[in-house]
Every structure is written in structure tokens, then in C-alpha cells.
Design a protein around this ligand. Sequence first.
Ligand SMILES: Cc1cc2nc3c(=O)[nH]c(=O)nc-3n(C[C@H](O)[C@H](O)[C@H](O)COP(=O)(O)OP(=O)(O)OC[C@H]3O[C@@H](n4cnc5c(N)ncnc54)[C@H](O)[C@@H]3O)c2cc1C
Length: 478
Amino acid sequence: MKEYDVVVVGSGSAMNVVEALIQENSKVKVAVIDKDEPGGICLTRGCIPSKILLYPAEVLRTVERASEFGISVDVRRVDFKAVMARMRRLIDADIDAIRRGLTRSENIDYYHAPAEFISPYTMKVDEKTIKGKMFLLGAGSRAVIPPIEGLDSAGYITSDNVVWLTERPESLAVVGAGYIAAEYGHFFASMGTKVTIIGRNPQFIADEEPEVSALAMRELGKRIRILTNHEVKKVRRKGGGTGKVLTARDRASGKTVEVQASEVLVAAGRGPTTDILHPEKAGIKTDEHGWFVVNDYLETSQPNVWALGDATGRQLFKHKANYDSQVVYLNAVRKRKVKADYHAVPRAIFTDPEIAAVGLREAEAVKKLGAGNVMVGFYRYEDTAKGEAMNVHDYFVKIIADKETSAILGAHVVGPHASVLIQEIVMAMYTHTRSASSIFEAMHIHPALSEVVERAAGSMVPLEHYHHMLKEYGLEAS
Ligand SMILES: Cc1cc2nc3c(=O)[nH]c(=O)nc-3n(C[C@H](O)[C@H](O)[C@H](O)COP(=O)(O)OP(=O)(O)OC[C@H]3O[C@@H](n4cnc5c(N)ncnc54)[C@H](O)[C@@H]3O)c2cc1C
């Protein structure tokens, strides 16, 4: 039986800890196990391939708006094969480089196979039994497949295999209306596919503010059919062909609708991978869903077994997984006592319009402090010189703050470069006071989009006033 100083499950963010360990201790022996291609989900089938695909969609959307600025352009052809091939070329080069690093390292034994615990500190992988003094569980998450009648036999794709498509589907039905649906829906619609998104929740991209969701649905809805509050009940093949017919039930009226599509993309949320890992055999606790239970230091119920990233079920983002890897490194390797702090985990949806958020939503802030103690800073892109130059309408920055201390509790941005604009607010949330004053007291470049953030931070109003403003601008969610 082989014994290791450290056993790592998942070659995503957990690898940050391994790299630091090897730098410090040239004798350390590490087992790195991943059942899939090395590099983790972000690289192999998550953030990076999807964003490589979304950039050409962004270019196309910009070109399509050229006539608004007096420029006449004809888009003659979109070469879907070339768009996909470029993504594969970039991703495969990175995967190959990581694989080479893993196989050549003298410190690492790389197992390309599923691993499962058989007893505490002991795993079975690739027909071998291995032991470890320390375990780093960065086992990620996986697509949840809802139990829909006929789905398996009709066939479907998920975000895992969409990255292998070479032919553009004529039409696509997306089951789910969260961020993956919004991103891939936008991508395929830009490529020329007829897209229908079918979401169970009454709100499109349900994790976002209602007014952000309503605006995104209005804009995206110009190019994509979006059904909310509809549950897909059945999928069947159309005639003998490859087309599919989905039957969805309106959860309010009970009426059913049929959606025809040449392909079905299931994007109905993410779940844990612990059913493969069997942590219960190693005395490692999971919650009722199967996510690892960790303490503030990211240690599981078994000493020296640490979990990080998606596997803990909290905020499933790559930057959060990377942050976790730093916390685990400090606590597991450096023997420090550093608590994971998630008060300002940002997120972005790279759809059109782009959306970004950090911290609390308005309803959460009201629940925490009471409506009278919450202030909102709001500013529209079009009310700045740059927004006017870009001819954008209705997009905005919303900052939620504590009335008494001015501390920022959360922020929401919808419009071009939202994922960049939010960062200034995240930085303010990492200052000692978390106050919005650090934003509006600082000089901002004129005329740049950052002025939208500056002015939102400098124009805090009570909630009632904010909702009045939203109504006046026609931006209130119905
Ligand atoms: C379509 C899509 C788009 C995304 N876009 C973004 C984005 O734009 N920005 C962002 O921040 N996040 C995004 N994410 C989320 C991001 O990919 C994850 O948060 C991130 O990959 C989590 O990293 P991790 O280190 O926790 O685990 P991962 O990198 O997910 O690695 C886990 C690895 O462990 C392997 N594994 C699991 N169990 C076992 C086992 N028993 N034996 C062997 N191997 C096992 C898995 O196969 C996987 O390769 C996206 C995700 C998806 C699906």
C-alpha cells in the first residue's frame, strides 16, 4: 500500500495548495487524483471554455449594433465550427500543459481515475489502496439532472459535453433558467440557434435582484424565448427523427406548452459529487444534500481532512474556490487559524446584458437591518457621459448600504462591463469600515463607466425613494 503526505481529490483549486507545498518541501509526496481531464471543471468544462465562446458572441452583438452609430456592416457568416475549434485549441493546450506537469513531477503520483474512501485516511483508486496523512478534498460539483419523464431516452447535453459540439443545433431548449442557461442561451442565440429557456422558478436568474432579472429578461427576451414558472414534465423524440418535444407545465395556471427543439441542454443547477467518494466510510460528515460539512477553517469532521471550493456547497465560483485554497494552505500547511470570510464574494453572469453582484440582495438587507435602516445608491449608465456615448439605456448600478454606518452590504450591476465595475465596490467592502465613502471621495476618470459606480455610491436614498425612482424609470419588476 502506498502512503502519501498529502492526498488530493480534484485537480482544480486544490492544486494551488500542492504547488505551494512542493515549493516549500522538495521531499513531500503527494497523490493527485482526478477522474476527468486535469485542471478542474473551470478549465475543462466551466468558466474558461464558456467565456472563450462568449467573447465571439459579444463581438457579434457589438457589430450588430454598429448601425446605431452610423456604421453599416453586414455579418455574412458565423462559422460555428471555427468558434468551437478555437475554444478547444486553447483549452486543450492548457489541459496538456497541466497533464505534463502532473506526470513529470517527482513529488506527485497522478491518478486519472475515480477515487473512493474505504476507511479513515484510506482510499481506493485505480485498483490500488492508498493512505494519506492529510487529505485535500476539492471534488467540485456536477450538473443536477432533474427526473423528467423521457429525458434519458430522448437524449440531452449538459455544460459538460456542450464544449464538444461541432455542429450548431438549429434550435435549443434549455431546461433551467439560472446563470449557465443565461450564458449558453445568449451564446447559442448569437450563433443563430433558436433558443427557448424554460425555468421552474417564477423569476429568471432567481439569485439576482428582481429588477436586474426583469431587465435581463426584457433584453435577452428580444432574442430568446424565456418561459419562467414552467416545469418541464416530459421529453420525447419527435417522430422517428432526432428532434425533441418538451412538455412544460405552467406552475401558476396548470396549462401545458410544447417546445420543439433539435437539442436539449440541461442546466438545472449543481449538486455534490460525494456519492462517488463515499466520505461516510472515512468518518467525514456531509450535509443533507451531500456537500462536505466544514468548520470556519475549512476542516471537515475528520482531523487533517480539508474540503474546499464547490465541494463545500457554498458559492460555487472559481475565485471562491481559489480563496478557499489559500485558507486551507494557511490552516493545513502553515498551522495557522484563519477563518474563511465570505462577506463579499462577487459573481458575474456573462450574458447580454452582463450582470454582476456582491453581498446581500435588498430583501436580505431589509431582513437583517429593517427597511428603515437600509439605503440604496442608484445610477443609470445613460446618465454618465460614457453611457450616453455608448447609447445604452436602462442599465444601472445599485449599491445597498447600512444607513447608520454607510457600510456597503451588497451591490448589483447590470450592463456592459458589469463584472469589471463591481470590483471597485468589492474593494470598498474589504476596507475596515466597508464604507461607500471610499468610492465617492476618490477621483474617477472622466468620462469612464466607473463614474456610474462613483455616482451610485454618492447618491444614497431611502428604500422608498429608490422604488419610486425605479417606477419612474419603468424598471420596477412586476
Ligand atoms: C458552465 C460553467 C460555467 C462556469 N463559469 C464560471 C465563471 O464564469 N466564473 C466562476 O467563478 N465560476 C464559474 N463556474 C464554476 C467553476 O467552474 C467552479 O466554481 C470551480 O471549477 C470549482 O473548482 P473546485 O476546485 O472546487 O473543483 P473543480 O475544479 O470543479 O474540480 C473538481 C474535480 O474533481 C474531480 N472529482 C470529483 N470527485 C472525484 C472522485 N471521487 N475521484 C476523482 N476525481 C473526482 C472532478 O471530476 C473535477 O475534475 C462555472 C461552472 C460551469 C459548470
